[in-house]
Design a protein around this ligand. Structure first.
Ligand SMILES: [Zn+2]
Length: 585
């Protein structure tokens, strides 16, 4: 999602019966990772789609679940298994390798005592290849309250919406609160399972909240491919299976009235693909024409970055009751089939861009999330450039974006502490870093190649800030590494100080000196002005340039004004602040 704070705010702290529920405020990813998830199998049941009200006035649905996790030890020896599960839940039983085991559920974590034979050779596992060691299966049966999102997708959780005819349209979005807010899992960005299956049973028919229409048959759409669908006695059970590694916050489901249509698309290699869309029946016609832009978008992204990584699971866009979310292979879309003033649907383009930056190239820690949002926001401008065949509109788009940069807190936070971005800077400022580098190197093909190879190098991996910065430094020049780190770790923009120091006795030429403010130590950013001057400031050390008045003779005041405009215009191309000092003339 984009452009709002993530509030990890849905965390219920109610004491439950039996084992205590609640939230552990200690960092989760600081700890070593003794286990990684190989796969999850979720089987869940909803008795009703009508919301109930909790004692504190929050809406929820009762939810029963059984999760089978196949885990692999990352080191030899038997480490206890700890699964994350936060919220208003009760854990009824835990089995390891099909045997009941004792466990403790407190502070949002299920601590599981491993039996002596807890870790098996893979050959003992059903369907195992017999080669991997340290595999075990953990099954958790739990139930409780699936709480409604306060303001999805920013304050997230279960979305209890309705479509335009008043029928239920449910969704799940948990980027902030994490998968741990609705199912027990190893909720750690470093551990992406290779497969996840999601089976949900729910009342098959939903009633409209407006008018007297007949109840409607409701479908369930999730990530991956549909694997099962039965309707027995008013209960529908639908299963979807994800067959490619996935960030857990991307696992989702949608329940509602849906029709499917397909947009044919030939990829850059000429392979025929299907772009799938699931929308409310009454929106089918406008959705069909509106979503035609997805072909150009997909083509642009594949040509610029590399192949879409999740064809095995498909590319789907699912109409939602919230603005959008980058759910892998099941993008949530709720922007009303509207284009912006630039003539494209930024929710479609942004959330789909996350399939490359976020879902395929994933941050290994939330403190690296500028990689997801900065590069995806950049793709909005890249899409404009693909569409137009030149960068004029794309540059104007970036300049407009600049106003939204806050410069209040650094983009990067501490590792291992479930860092939540302070503000929108990981989007706009993140994108602007790369736009600035492009203008600095002045070599569009080199910059584009570096962007593309960043994707190709890190596709389907979880990476750190250092890896991404190193890649750009290798591509554009080693001194840019310090520049990127500076931007990421400072709230402010580097300040370019300047002053006019003399004129040469005529009315067309002035001498100007400039430098980085001392705080900008480590910044390397050669820049070009509109009149063709090349500046390569040094921190705290003056440099001089001779500035020629463009066109005609000016008074000193006019020259100062024109020079001020030229220096200020640098902020339309570079992530800097410009300050004229009081000295000089
Ligand atoms: Zn986003």
């Amino acid at each position: 999602m984009r452009r709002k704070l993530w509030f990890v705010g849905l965390l219920a702290l109610l004491g439950g019966t039996g084992r205590v529920n609640g939230r552990d405020s200690s960092p989760a990813v600081d700890r070593p990772l003794p286990w990684r998830a190989v796969s999850y199998q979720l089987e869940c049941h909803l008795d009703t789609l009508g919301a109930l009200m909790s004692a504190d006035g929050r809406r929820y649905l009762p939810w029963k679940g059984r999760v089978l996790a196949v885990l692999q030890a990352t080191k030899t020896g038997t480490s206890p298994v700890e699964l994350d599960l936060e919220g208003r839940w009760q854990v009824h039983s835990v089995q390891v390798n099909s045997r009941d085991v004792s466990f403790e559920y407190r502070k949002g974590r299920i601590r599981i005592r491993m039996p002596d034979s807890g870790i098996k050779e893979d050959s003992e596992m059903k369907g195992g290849s017999g080669t991997d060691r340290g595999i075990c299966s953990v099954q958790v049966v739990y139930s409780g309250h699936l709480m409604e999102a306060a303001k999805p997708p920013w304050q997230d959780g279960l979305v209890l919406g309705t479509d335009s005819l008043g029928y239920p349209r449910l969704g799940m979005t948990c980027q902030g609160s994490g998968a741990r807010s609705w199912w027990p899992c190893l909720d750690d960005a470093r551990s992406e399972p290779e497969q996840v299956s999601l089976r949900i049973s729910y009342p098959a028919y939903g009633a409209s909240q407006v008018g007297h229409r007949q109840p409607a048959l409701l479908d369930m759409i999730a990530n991956g491919r549909r694997e099962g669908d039965t309707l027995v006695g008013g209960t529908r059970t639908v299963t979807w299976r994800i067959r490619q590694p996935i960030n857990l916050y991307n696992v989702t489901f949608n329940i509602g009235r849906y029709v499917r249509f397909v947009q044919p698309y030939a990829d850059p290699q000429g392979v025929e693909r299907e772009l799938e869309f699931f929308v409310s029946p009454e929106d089918l016609n406008k959705a069909r024409s509106h979503m035609a832009q997805s072909v150009d978008m997909m083509s642009c992204y594949e040509k610029t970055l590399g192949p879409y990584a999740f064809w095995k699971d498909g590319y789907k866009v699912i109409q939602s009751s919230y603005l959008g979310m980058e759910h892998q292979s099941a993008v949530a879309y709720g922007n009303g089939f509207r284009n912006n003033e630039w003539g494209f649907d930024f929710i479609l383009v942004h959330e789909s861009g996350h399939e490359w930056w976020g879902n395929s190239v994933s941050a290994s820690d939330p403190s690296d999330w500028w990689i997801h949002e900065g590069l995806t926001t950049l793709m909005e401008a890249v899409f404009l450039e693909c569409r137009d065949g030149n960068r004029k509109q794309a540059d104007a788009y970036m300049v407009r974006m600049r106003r939204k940069i806050q410069n209040q807190k650094p983009m990067q936070g501490p590792r291992g502490r479930r860092f939540s971005a302070h503000d929108v800077d990981i989007y706009y400022k993140g994108a602007w870093m790369f736009y600035s580098l492009r203008n600095s190197v002045g070599n569009d093909s080199l910059w584009s190649a570096t962007l593309g190879s960043a994707y190709q190098k890190f596709a389907l991996q979880t990476i750190s800030t250092e890896q991404m910065v190193d890649h750009w430094a290798q591509g554009l020049g080693p001194r840019y590494a310090g520049t990127l780190h500076w931007w990421l770790n400072h709230a402010e923009c580097p300040v370019l100080e300047w002053e006019m120091v003399s004129n040469k006795g005529d009315t067309t030429t002035s001498q100007v000196r400039y430098r980085w403010a001392r705080t900008a130590r480590g910044i390397y950013l050669p820049m070009g002005t509109a009149s063709g001057q090349c500046l390569n400031p040094q921190a705290g050390r003056w440099q001089t340039m001779v500035w020629n008045t463009p066109g005609h003779a000016l008074t000193q005041a006019e020259r100062l004004w024109a020079l001020q405009a030229e220096m200020t215009n640098l902020t339309k191309c570079y992530l800097i602040r410009v300050q004229r000092l009081k000295g000089g003339l």
